[in-house]
Design a protein around this ligand. Structure first.
Ligand code: COA
Ligand code: AMP
Length: 632
């Protein structure tokens, strides 16, 4: 499908998709090499709400690597690993990457990993994390990457659910000022999980060597060196590529399932349509492979499109300074940078005038993309004024795998509006709905929902949990997918996402469940009841605040208990939760039916106006909390 560039290109492309969604996606599917080209684009009678390309077959790794080497691009750099925390930089060509992936796949196959088997990957930001993912894809195995900032218990919950045959991990991660020993966390997680993997491959890093358990663990590089190169295993388009666990409203994470075919088609298409990049361009997604943004735009989409992708092991500030992002962009000729608003806020705090930015030649940088949390307009305007390039906020979720809304460089940009995530991508029909499931007037706030079917790459279901998928996403508004985000669609079609409608909070672009933190606090022997709310944080967007009521007769100092609670959350969920504050209160505000009024508490803590809920049991308690929570 020829999509017109320039003014009106977005409208034309969106209308073309609306008129003929199958034609739109059939055209996009031609960008992918198929072992068996699909005759059917979408089958509404399969799966929970339908399946994409149900009779097609392909291999994701072939589309990421082999086909580029076969067409003469083997010498092009696929990954640039830039690691200020180790002082190293490494460039890996497509041919070299393919050679490593083939051998690792062989080593994994030798350990019994075959099509459909799960492999958990718990890794720092090193090229091997991506090599592990691609080796799984090559075998038709299903990877589940767990972010390194999660603690042993969270890793254990994912191992228990995914039941991996193999775990790929490393001896350590490197955070500024501290080495995080991963191996003891992995060992503890395996001990906690009722399911045990048969084998682990451990990447030994220079900074810290891990002890290997004879019979179970093997040195990754030795195993890879001995691996017999393995060919690509074709899989059905509907076969799973990966499971990525994300926070749900309970402590039990949801296993978001991604298929092979729809994923390859939509992600490949997005590189041109949304990011405006083409083969040979350099893209840098400053996220972590443990998040969906890292899966999609550090690893898969750039490789599908034959780009060069930067893997960065460092932070926006402190490694060594707030000029790090601009140094990386300049040094590696980055054309599109993608990060979370929190990273920009961190840079703004340290370098408000952009002095460090001016030291670097950003002539080749064309656009900055932001996602992961709402971008506050002052941050968007600040960075736009300094960079003098398009700053594109785009809204998405782990569930969708790519952007629901955005601005589309490949179609010709429409004017940006700070505070809005742009307009729906072709493939998504977005509306703000009221409680009864009816679209609210344009410009009014409602629950943002996507009309079914979801586009290719979005989750077909949850891993082994069709019923949970239906009840969590599809039942509230029949015929729609409930995003659990509140927001509005304005008269010109711009979508603004304001907040979550559930108990998910967004801390430094990381999605966390307050329910999971409450489960940890409730396990403290002195705690009678508790609530965790996300309060505003100037740097991280939101930060969790724990409020606990102690059991009668507990006489220990509040501060001591608070310290224990902070340590428990760090130990059970991980440092990524950034849970630093717990306060003891006499009682929690509740409705007469006993529901804790978390939203009201959050508004009190943020110093916002609130209405006293008519169903509140005892309104006097709100005054007490105001005195306690309102900050200066
Ligand atoms: N392995 C182990 N620990 C990790 C980790 C990892 N991969 N990533 C983070 N942590 C730890 C950090 O060391 C920190 O520990 P601490 O409490 O001992 O300081 C804690 O988890 C919280 O980390 P983080 O939220 O990253 O905060 P920070 O203060 O270290 O850095 C920012 C703040 C803004 C610089 C940082 O959050 C950032 O770069 N954010 C970008 C967000 C992003 O990429 N989001 C992805 C979605 S697009
Ligand atoms: P995750 O699944 O970790 O990608 O987090 C998804 C959630 O992050 C969404 O449901 C939103 O609440 C929030 N989010 C992501 N991108 C944006 C954005 N551009 N604007 C506002 N909120 C966003």
């Amino acid at each position: 499908m020829d999509i017109e560039r320039g003014s009106g290109g977005y409208d034309a492309a969106y209308a073309a998709w609306q008129r003929d969604p199958d034609g739109f996606w059939a055209a996009a599917a031609r960008g992918i090499d198929w072992a068996k080209p699909p005759a059917t684009v979408f089958a509404g009678d399969q799966g929970v709400y339908g399946r994409w390309f149900p009779d097609g077959a392909l291999n994701t790794c072939h589309n990421a690597l082999d086909r580029h080497v076969a067409t003469g691009r083997g010498d092009q750099v696929a990954f640039i690993w830039d690691s200020p925390v180790t002082g190293r930089t490494l460039r890996i060509t497509y041919a070299a990457l393919l050679a490593r992936v083939e051998k690792l796949a062989g080593a994994m196959a030798a350990r019994g990993v075959a099509k459909g088997d799960r492999v958990v990957i718990y890794m720092p930001m090193v090229p091997e994390a991506a090599i592990g993912m691609l080796a799984c894809a090559r075998l038709g195995a299903v990877h589940s990457v767990v972010f390194g900032g999660f603690a042993a218990a969270e890793l254990a919950a994912r191992i228990a659910d995914a039941q991996p045959k193999l775990v790929l991990s490393a001896s350590c991660g490197i955070e500024p000022g501290r080495i995080v020993a991963y191996k003891p966390l992995l060992d503890a997680a395996i001990a906690l999980s009722p399911h045990k993997p048969d084998a682990c491959l451990i990447l030994q890093r220079e900074a810290l060597a891990a002890e290997l358990l004879p019979g179970r663990d093997t040195d990754w590089l030795q195993a890879e060196a001995a691996g017999v190169p393995h060919p690509c295993v074709p899989v059905a388009a509907t076969d799973p590529l990966y499971i990525l666990y994300t926070s749900g409203t309970t402590g039990k994470p949801k296993g978001i399932l991604r298929d092979n075919g729809g994923h390859a088609v939509a992600l490949h298409n997005s590189i041109g349509m949304l990011y405006g990049l083409k083969t040979g361009d350099v893209m840098w997604t400053a996220s972590d492979v443990g998040w969906v943004v890292g899966h999609s735009y550090i690893v898969y989409a750039p490789l599908f499109a034959g780009l060069t992708s930067v893997i960065y092991e460092g932070k926006p500030v402190g490694t060594p300074d707030a000029g790090a992002f601009w140094r990386v962009c300049a040094e590696h000729d980055v054309k599109a940078l993608f990060t979370a608003p929190t990273a920009i806020r961190a840079i703004k705090k340290e370098d408000p005038e952009g002095r460090l930015m001016q030291r670097h030649d950003l002539g080749r940088l064309e656009a900055l993309f932001l996602a992961g949390e709402r971008c506050d307009p002052p941050t968007a305007l600040w960075i736009e004024a300094l960079l003098k390039k398009p700053v594109i906020d785009h809204w998405w979720q782990t569930e969708t795998g790519w952007s629901i809304t955005g601005n589309f460089r490949g179609l010709g940009l429409f004017p940006m509006r700070a505070g809005s995530g742009g307009k729906p991508a072709p493939g998504y029909h977005v509306a703000a709905l009221d409680e009864a499931g009816q679209p609210v007037a344009r410009g009014q706030i409602g629950t943002l929902a996507i009309r079914l079917p979801l586009p290719p790459a979005a989750l077909p279901t949850l891993f082994n949990a069709d019923d949970r998928f239906r009840s969590a996403y599809l039942e509230r508004f029949p015929g729609w997918y409930d995003t659990s985000d509140a927001g509005m669609v304005d008269p010109e079609g711009y979508v603004s996402v304001m907040s979550r409608t559930d108990d998910i909070i967004n801390v430094a672009g990381h999605r966390l469940s307050t329910g999971a933190m409450e489960e940890v606090l409730a396990a403290h022997p002195d705690v009678a009841e508790c609530a965790v709310v996300g309060v505003k944080d100037a740097l991280k967007g939101q930060a969790p605040l724990g409020l606990v009521v102690l059991k009668a007769g507990v006489a220990r100092p509040d501060a001591e208990i608070a310290r224990e609670l902070v340590a428990m959350v760090r130990d059970r969920i991980g440092p990524v939760a950034a849970f630093k504050e717990a306060r003891v209160v006499q009682r929690l505000p509740k409705t007469r039916s006993g529901k804790i009024l978390r939203g009201t508490m959050r508004r009190i803590a943020d110093g916002e106006d609130y209405v006293v809920p008519p169903t509140i049991d005892d309104p006097a308690i709100l005054g007490e909390l105001e005195g306690l929570l309102r900050r200066a």
